[in-house]
Design a protein around this ligand. Structure first.
Ligand code: SF4
Ligand code: SF4
Length: 176
């Protein structure tokens, strides 16, 4: 049975910039334009995500690992935001849902692994020697070095480490 969670719904409406959620009239333009909806034959559906947020159907269709694809399928390409005739801030709302999923410890492993990697190395993809050689061959300048400490300090301010746990380097320091 669907359970409406008014507190959840109101928290999204309050945090959504400009309270745009309530303007959705379910035209489906977002789902029609969404590349993920197209390649998954509608299994991922931004219109339904917005509807379920409006209805406050948190436990049935939004949060919970069994519903992970419903919110984590979005690649944040922003196409829906650009196409929505009501200027609903879809990706903003989806980010709120993803943040809730992370806080509940339900984010997919690929997300937390990538987040840990950025916390540890300052970037999502390491610069392998093969990439450096290819850049040289193409006459590109050396890729700029990343200041790991600076990135880490910024991410710590966001509270990321509290959610995903300490990184390897710091675990070892703590064991000394
Ligand atoms: S395009 Fe905008 S108004 Fe239409 S269903 Fe999507 S969010 Fe709602
Ligand atoms: S931002 Fe997400 S929901 Fe919107 S079109 Fe892109 S993949 Fe689809």
């Amino acid at each position: 049975m669907a359970v409406i969670d008014f507190e959840f719904r109101n928290s999204i409406i309050q945090k959504d910039l400009g309270n745009t959620l309530a303007y959705c009239y379910q035209c489906g333009t977002c789902s029609g334009a969404c590349p993920v909806a197209q390649v998954t034959n509608g299994r991922y559906n931004p219109r339904k995500l917005i509807l379920n947020s409006l209805l406050g159907l948190k436990d049935n269709l939004l949060l919970g690992t069994e519903n992970n694809f419903n919110i984590w399928g979005c690649t944040v390409c922003d196409t829906c935001d650009e196409m929505c005739p009501q200027n609903v801030e879809l990706t903003e709302i989806f980010t709120l849902l993803k943040n809730m999923s992370v806080k509940k410890g339900e984010a997919p492993d690929y997300y937390t692994t990538q987040a840990k990697f950025i916390l540890e190395h300052g970037k999502a993809i390491p610069l392998a020697p093969a990439i450096e050689r290819r850049r040289d061959q193409m006459g590109l300048p050396k890729a700029p070095k990343v200041d790991k400490k600076e990135v880490r300090a910024l991410l710590k301010e966001t509270g990321l480490e509290k959610i995903i746990g300490p990184i390897e380097e710091e675990k070892k320091e703590g064991e000394k």
